[in-house]
Design a binder for this molecule. Structure first.
Ligand SMILES: *[C@@H]1O[C@H](CO)[C@@H](O)[C@H](O)[C@H]1NC(C)=O
Ligand SMILES: *[C@@H]1O[C@H](CO)[C@@H](O)[C@H](O)[C@H]1NC(C)=O
Ligand SMILES: *[C@@H]1O[C@H](CO)[C@@H](O)[C@H](O)[C@H]1NC(C)=O
Ligand SMILES: *[C@@H]1O[C@H](CO)[C@@H](O)[C@H](O)[C@H]1NC(C)=O
Ligand SMILES: *[C@@H]1O[C@H](CO)[C@@H](O)[C@H](O)[C@H]1NC(C)=O
Ligand SMILES: *[C@@H]1O[C@H](CO)[C@@H](O)[C@H](O)[C@H]1NC(C)=O
Ligand SMILES: *[C@@H]1O[C@H](CO)[C@@H](O)[C@H](O)[C@H]1NC(C)=O
Ligand SMILES: *[C@@H]1O[C@H](CO)[C@@H](O)[C@H](O)[C@H]1NC(C)=O
Length: 291
């Protein structure tokens, strides 16, 4: 009698709390096992902890999985280099990730991904409203893979390093322009079509733009281009073949802290004195003659 309904309720709540500390959600565990089957990794030493045995029940302890400490929900998946380069093409199925409703961080870099399964592209990932960081670096795909990228509205950081080395890829900038939360964009080492620089200005909210080794040449376009990116904190243009003078509008980027233009062929000079915080970090060197 003394215990009362409230006491029972407390006890149930405590039990629930305990079980959620020791185990992940069943739906998420099952989804991880489906994902493992889809990855079908040839690396036998990977994913041994992703199993349905009794001792492996808590998927929060599985390798490459990070859960929220209090809710036990999967919040990060670190799946870089999980498929051997000699494996057959992985038709990536975005729906496999939908059970992870709290997912914030998804790294699928270096897995030789070149296409989505039919109707299973970025539009599906739009169902993950917490997804902030997405890394597709080191996969080899073309513009059609990036269709619907603009639907993943929660994205804050996007890594597309080394995605194309054979011919210039046309980054669908209108899609990127829809990502109003996107603050950091990394395209280093991808061969990017030059039109990107003429339109990059639509991403006015960007803080970091990194385009090292992107195969750009000629002079920096100004109209609609870089000069619109007034919120940049980091701008890395290094290791391209830019030439001519630096546009004076750069002096208006009052937030700029890191500005790397090394290994290009810029000449002339601009007055960057309006950017006092920049000076110690400015890296400006001629193209390296060795290496
Ligand atoms: C998994 O990979 C093996 C080769 O490593 C292949 O024979 C098999 O068909 C693949 N399974 C699926 C479902 O793709
Ligand atoms: C299953 O995973 C657990 C850890 O999650 C590990 O201790 C156990 O050895 C694994 N079992 C097999 C058969 O690999
Ligand atoms: C979860 O707890 C561990 C140690 O108990 C800690 O190292 C880790 O930073 C915590 N993670 C989060 C996301 O709070
Ligand atoms: C993608 O995965 C979902 C969820 O597991 C499944 O229902 C769907 O059939 C898969 N689609 C393809 C094309 O494999
Ligand atoms: C892009 O790649 C896909 C799959 O590899 C291919 O079917 C398609 O024709 C390619 N599109 C272009 C524009 O090259
Ligand atoms: C840029 O590189 C392309 C391809 O190598 C070349 O055709 C073009 O003339 C170059 N443009 C300038 C301005 O150097
Ligand atoms: C700077 O480079 C451009 C194009 O490469 C060239 O036309 C111009 O003469 C150069 N100016 C100086 C001051 O060297
Ligand atoms: C810098 O910004 C001011 C105020 O927005 C503008 O009038 C000026 O033209 C800009 N300077 C350059 C070089 O773009």
């Amino acid at each position: 009698m003394e215990f009362g309904i409230f006491g029972w309720w407390l006890m149930l709540a405590a039990l629930f709390q305990l079980s959620s500390i020791h185990a992940c959600l069943r739906e998420e565990r099952e989804a991880l096992l489906r994902l493992k089957a889809s990855i079908n990794s040839s690396y036998v030493y990977l994913f041994t902890s992703w199993n349905s045995s009794q001792e492996g029940r808590n998927c929060c302890d599985w390798e490459s999985v990070v859960c929220d400490n209090t809710t036990g929900r999967v919040i990060e998946l670190h799946l870089s280099y999980v498929r051997a380069p000699y494996q057959e093409v992985w038709y990536l199925n975005a729906s496999l990730f939908l059970p992870f409703q709290e997912l914030k961080y998804l790294d699928l870099s270096y897995n030789a991904i070149s296409r989505w399964a039919p109707n299973e592209g970025f539009e599906r990932l739009s169902g993950l409203s917490k997804l902030e960081v997405l890394d597709f670096s080191g996969n080899n795909f073309n513009e059609s893979f990036l269709l619907s990228l603009g639907q993943v509205l929660s994205l804050k950081e996007l890594y597309l390093r080394g995605i194309q080395r054979d011919r210039p890829i046309n980054i669908p900038i209108s899609e990127l322009g829809r990502l109003k939360n996107l603050q950091e964009l990394y395209l280093d080492g991808s061969y990017i079509d030059k039109s990107f620089l003429n339109k990059v200005g639509v991403m006015t909210y960007l803080n970091v733009l990194s385009i090292q080794y992107c195969g750009f040449n000629g002079s920096l376009p100004i109209v609609q281009g870089l000069c619109e990116l007034m919120n940049l904190r980091e701008l890395d243009l290094s290791h391209n073949d830019f030439e001519g003078i630096l546009p004076s509008c750069l002096a208006n980027m009052t937030q700029l802290r890191i500005f790397d233009i090394s290994s290009n062929r810029f000449n002339g000079s601009i007055d960057l004195s309006p950017l006092p915080s920049l000076k110690p970090k400015l890296r400006f060197s001629p193209p390296s003659s060795h290496c």
